[in-house]
Design a protein around this ligand. Structure first.
Ligand code: DGL
Length: 276
């Protein structure tokens, strides 16, 4: 090893404060497990706001209240960064809240749209998301910043989040509700379809029965890489894993069961009330 590299390693400071994640429920774990895989030395916090799920049916002012409470909770826990592992709050609350806290915030939509916009094989892009995300047109707006030639069709799938949270993925009625949405999307004939709600990758085994797996994009893959790049460039990495802690605002047992497809929790998440 060169003398300079050795010296750099000796002087390197590590940041053992946790990276915190939040979502309305288990959806954000689809992001969390990818980040954990590529940043195994980090400490983590995760908050699932299960009491207020589904976020996709809430108003802007409700979503701002929920997100602000969670950010403050993470501030108390001394997080170095907060990952908005939720498309809905990224679309509706990020711009309003982004300057209010003392940590770095990573919003999923704003972080991945440049990559989506630059995919050379995509002229028609389908986006399936919650009603609030679709109504905000956040994906169309963000992608247009980088590429105005992509045709985008945003479609809401209001029932899909509950199918995941209530672990009804393989029930015939759920499969029908999934197919209904995919039929509408197929009429648009997209080159790729973005799963623009972090809950939707839980449904991939059903989705791929109707449309080829490689048409679906789970944007959390790009998101995780962006997070790693930023923390590396800003010298914010940790070098030694000590803990990961999960919190929910209701029903810890249900969270543990629903999450199993993506991440097996060692113990029940802690129940916390952020309302007062
Ligand atoms: N998983 C979240 C998202 O990505 C929220 C889903 C919901 O609670 O409606 O939008």
């Amino acid at each position: 090893m060169e003398y300079k590299t050795i010296l750099n390693n000796i002087n390197k400071k590590y940041d053992n404060r946790p990276i915190a994640f939040f979502d309305s429920g288990v959806g954000g774990l689809t992001v969390f497990e990818k980040v954990k895989k590529i940043l195994p030395d980090e400490n983590f916090l995760y908050f699932g706001d299960t009491k207020n799920m589904p976020y996709g049916e809430k108003t802007e002012s409700q979503l701002i209240t929920f997100a602000d409470r969670i950010f403050k909770f993470f501030e108390e826990k001394n997080a170095k960064a907060v990952v908005m592992a939720c498309n809905t709050t990224s679309a509706i609350t990020y711009e309003k809240l982004k300057n209010n806290y003392n940590f770095k915030i990573f919003p999923i939509i704003q972080s991945v749209c440049e990559t989506l916009a630059r995919m050379s094989d995509v002229k028609k892009l389908g986006v399936i998301a919650t009603p609030a995300t679709v109504n905000s047109h956040a994906y169309s707006r963000e992608i247009a910043k980088y590429n105005q030639d992509i045709q985008i069709f945003e479609l809401a799938a209001p029932k899909w989040v509950r199918i995941v949270e209530e672990h009804r993925i393989n029930q015939p009625q759920s499969i029908e509700q999934i197919e209904e949405i995919l039929d509408i999307m197929q009429d648009f004939n997209p080159d790729k379809i973005v799963l623009a709600c972090t809950h939707y990758p839980y449904l991939l085994n059903v989705l791929k029965k109707f449309i080829a797996r490689d048409k679906f994009i789970d944007p959390s893959i790009y998101f995780a890489q962006n997070i790693k790049n930023y923390l590396t460039e800003h010298n914010m990495l940790n070098n030694h894993f000590e803990y990961e802690k999960f919190f929910v605002s209701s029903n810890p047992e249900n969270f543990k069961t629903a999450s199993e497809l993506f991440y097996k929790l060692q113990e029940l998440p802690a129940l916390v009330n952020l309302e007062n």
